[in-house]
Ligand binder design. Sequence first.
Ligand code: GLU
Length: 550
Amino acid sequence: MVDCKELADLIFPEVKDISYYEKKYPIRKLPEGAIVTRYAPSPTGLMHIGGLYQSLISKKISQQTKGIFFLRIEDTDKKREIENGINEIIQSLKEYEIEVDEGMISETESIGNYGPYKQSLRKEIYQAYAKHLIQQRKAYPCFCTPEELDEIRAKQESAGIRPGYYGVWAKDRNLSIQEAIDRIKKGDPYIIRFKSPGREDKKIKHKDIIKGNVEFPENDQDIVIIKADGLPTYHFAHIVDDHLMGTTHVIRGDEWLSSVPLHLQLFYEMGFKAPKYAHIAPIMKNDNGNKRKLSKRKDPEAAVSYYEKEGIPADAVKEYLLNIANSNFENWRRANPDKEKEDFELELHKMSVSGALFDMIKLLDVSKIVISKMTAKEIYEKVYKWAEKFDKELQQILQDKEYSLKVLGIERGNKKPRKDISKWSDVKENIIYMYDNQFMNSNIVYPYQVINDKNVIEKILKLYIENYYDENDDKQEWFNKIKELSGKLGFAKEVKEFKANPEKYKAHVGDVSTVIRVALTGRTNTPDMYEIMKVLGKESIQKRFKKAIK
Ligand code: GLU
């Protein structure tokens, strides 16, 4: 009588006994309550904002509990892999400062004691566990050809029966061991299937951390665990990996929720303790009143690279993602405007069951505030780096670092910093008028307002620069001078006074200020004019007035 052991040895003659791996990867010694979790992407496409969201959440949750966050590359589907896919993932995590405690740190290198962290390098580990299942008659070789599988599917379809390889449809499930051995020896191609003990008419109950209580039919499909190329399928590989790597919580996209019955069954049949699951709903978008998933195909903002191109700082994107992850983040932020976002305690069970809405306007608002808290130096460095890649003209403008730091420092570092930059691609438009080279050589249509008579404007500017402007004035003196100038030219020195006697004046001090502002900058709306003039300096002010008068 042949037994399963013989069959298992025939299929996997070389592999080690699983006891080897069980010893090699001991149970982690971590503080109580520590969460071990992972980001486990397949390198099959550009990094999606949903991937960033998932990794940010996983990292944060592990960090909050003094656990471990690792990056595992799930590259068992060699057909779907894209070139540079792994690097792209690693670079994105780096860019967003989502640091891994273990796992892949480059295309080929990893850190941590539970590796390899790339599934294609773990082939013999999966085979050892598949062998273990075969030895227990919990897995078997299946010799069905693609044509036979098509035939089964066609029959099921025409009979209106649930498709798949299960129960009576699982043709090779009950092949005798001898028969299987003979066919292998004969050279018939095969794959390995899991022998599911489940029944479709029975239910399993599961409590997901995000989705809450869910109920599904048991799994009864004899899924493929080892493919013809010797590599495992995702289902099988992640079971083995999460077991050996000590994952306590699987935090992943909710497209996997319906696989939970299968996964729990696999954990159970392997004799492993199952992790807890938290299935994250996809990030949604409001598309003309319809809520739908952010789509790589339709929405440029679905790609992580979009934010880099637009120049939305990584910290702002992360802060916004926390906003949509936990709706109480917003209140927390309001109560703690000066705290680091890292201090916020993220809770998985507070995440949206149906998918949080992504709102670009809100993101830019968040970004404005994040940027407003940066120093001029930080902004300079980030903008420069962005401009190097995306805007050569801006890079050129920023060459004069000392001057640029002054420009970017206007209304910054004080209690109410300026909030007019939400992304690096805004910066040029926001500062370009401060640079004489650009300003003096551009054609400007000056948007004068209440006072728009050329002669009056000329008079204001000339008198001001000759008799009133003094570089050493403090802000109060500076403003008093503009008042005096206004009085001298017959305008109201105070807005109040103007309002009380509108028939007496043509305009007031504010209108005079506007003339100066427009002549200096070509704009009606700018940050604090006193600071602007300080940065420009007298010579530039004179030049600008001359240009305006011309
Ligand atoms: N490789 C799977 C994916 O990219 C991972 C799912 C999981 O985290 O378990 O969707």
